[in-house]
Design a protein. Structure first.
Length: 153
């Protein structure tokens, strides 16, 4: 019986040790240049959907500061242009210059989106990363058509 209690205690201690090591790795030891692998090729672009508010907007600003050109998505043109002006009001921290920011408008909750037409607008751009920040609707496979077209064209 004492062997069983010993092994239960050992497993519990190992689980706690693992949690502590994960914490130390995440906050103190992991590399901070994890974006570098996506900054490949000529003029890399990042696509950020839902970029007019909150997490999408902050993510777009962060990627811009890392040196990415941006393709932003939103539903409201006025808000989206305001975000673009705000982002481009400062030079990228990495490159020291104003990066390119493009955008497209689309309501992702509606059917009948012309993914081919949207993708043609950005044909030839070096899209290396996507942040899909559109949520709050039932996900259907066709909603990700633009992602496939932009990333794998």
């Amino acid at each position: 019986m004492s062997n069983v209690i010993y092994y239960i205690g050992l497993v519990a201690c190992l689980a706690k040790l693992r949690a502590i090591l994960d914490f130390v790795w995440f906050y103190f030891l992991r590399p901070t240049n994890r974006w570098e692998k996506y900054l490949q090729g000529p003029s890399p672009y990042a696509v950020v959907t839902g970029a007019t508010d909150g997490i999408g907007k902050a993510t777009a600003q962060n990627l811009y500061n890392k040196g990415f050109n941006l393709i932003l998505h939103g539903r409201n043109e006025k808000k989206l242009k305001g975000v673009i002006e705000e982002i481009q009001s400062v030079k990228s921290k990495r490159t020291g210059r104003v990066q390119d920011v493009k955008y497209f408008l689309e309501d992702a909750s509606k059917a009948g989106i012309d993914f081919e037409g949207i993708a043609k607008k950005f044909e030839g751009l070096n899209v290396t990363i996507l942040v899909n920040n559109v949520g709050g609707f039932t996900v259907r496979p066709e909603r990700f058509g633009i992602v496939d077209l932009l990333l794998w064209r």
